[in-house]
Design a protein around this ligand. Structure first.
Ligand code: 13P
Length: 333
């Protein structure tokens, strides 16, 4: 795999009007989502739910790639066809979450560092054989009066960069995901400077590890008010501040920035992305989506674990996918 091929995959993932579906919830996370609608998290239910999403008719018009969880990349549908083959036949690029989750950071029990570097080279090789073409690693930063600590910022940046280097070595595009959480009562200005500090540390480490920026995608949080902040910034302010932070911190060589939704209501996540693309500032990178909850909340509810609801679940998914596709070009109305 050459650097040019990595860049080609990265660019395909942010083709105009296309974005990524993050369907890589770990088993405990998908259980939490299923609990909310009263479905048992069995292997069969997880497979049927994800099969419904991946086979939504025409999804590839809006969705360039899907991030899978380890279980899903090995699963076949009830009729025996591998889920990954179904995606490939639709022209959807398969990706895989490769981190092993956020664990308490040494000497900083309130903070987390993402683990998973041990044995990663072998796992990446296997995922490439299974058909994955891109990967994801998520680092998590909490905002309080004294967090994130310099230790948290440094440890996570180092992990993200070492992961990205290994992924590129295996011929897989790394999605680099530093997520500053929206939990807390901090204002949007605090989110802004912490996001910038985090992004600067991540790109400094990517540079030390000699990661090819043309062959990555960045998956950041938006710059947004804390969930419990009494003053909630409006759509235009979120768009303006997010784009300003990205311009300050993200090199022009990066082909695309695909936001996480992070707990924003699905419609709000669409409006924010749309407003950024409407700014029309001649940005060097594409701005698109790699949403989990903002794409899945509606179809999960519509499906509710019943085979008879598959068509309405798919309709709900396609509605969100289409709206975000429009937002990725600033044409959502
Ligand atoms: P959300 O859009 O639900 O934040 O999920 C995106 C994701 O992939 C988190 O790692």
């Amino acid at each position: 795999m050459t650097a040019g091929q990595l860049a080609e995959t990265a660019e395909a993932l942010v083709a105009p009007g296309k974005g990524i579906l993050a369907a890589d919830e770990s088993s405990p996370t998908i259980k939490k989502r299923f609990d909310q609608i009263g479905i048992e998290s069995t292997e069969g239910n997880r497979r049927d739910y994800r099969h419904m999403l991946f086979t939504s008719p025409g999804a590839s018009e809006y969705i360039s790639g899907v991030i899978l969880f380890d279980e899903t990349i090995r699963q076949s549908a009830a009729d025996g066809i591998a889920l990954i083959e179904i995606m490939q036949s639709e022209g959807i690029i398969p990706g895989i979450k490769v981190d092993k989750g956020a664990k308490p950071l040494a000497l900083h029990p309130e903070e987390v560092v993402t683990e998973g570097l041990d044995g990663l080279r072998d796992r990446l090789e296997e995922y490439a054989t299974l058909g994955a073409r891109f990967t994801k690693w998520r680092a998590v930063y909490k905002i309080t009066d004294d967090m994130p600590s310099p230790a948290c910022i440094a440890a996570n940046a180092h992990g993200l960069a070492c992961y990205a280097a290994l992924a590129q070595e295996a011929g897989l595009v790394p999605i680099v995901e530093p997520e500053v959480l929206m939990d807390g009562d901090h204002d949007i200005g605090t989110c802004e400077w912490i996001t910038e500090e985090v992004l600067r540390s991540v790109f400094a480490e990517l540079s030390i590890q000699e990661v090819e920026l043309e062959g990555i995608l960045l998956k950041p949080n938006m710059v947004i008010s804390g969930k419990d902040c009494p003053e909630q910034a409006g759509v235009k302010e979120v768009a303006r501040r997010t784009v300003r932070s990205l311009k300050r911190c993200v090199p022009a060589a990066v082909p695309g920035i695909v936001f996480l939704s992070g707990g924003q209501a699905d419609e709000v996540a669409t409006l924010h992305l749309n407003a950024m693309n409407k700014l029309d500032e001649g940005l060097p990178w594409k701005l698109s989506f790699s949403y989990g909850r903002a794409l899945q909340a509606a179809p999960l509810k519509a499906w509710s674990g019943k085979a008879k609801n598959v068509v309405s679940g798919q309709a709900a998914f396609l509605e969100r996918a289409k709206a975000n596709s429009a937002a990725a070009t600033g044409s959502y109305a």
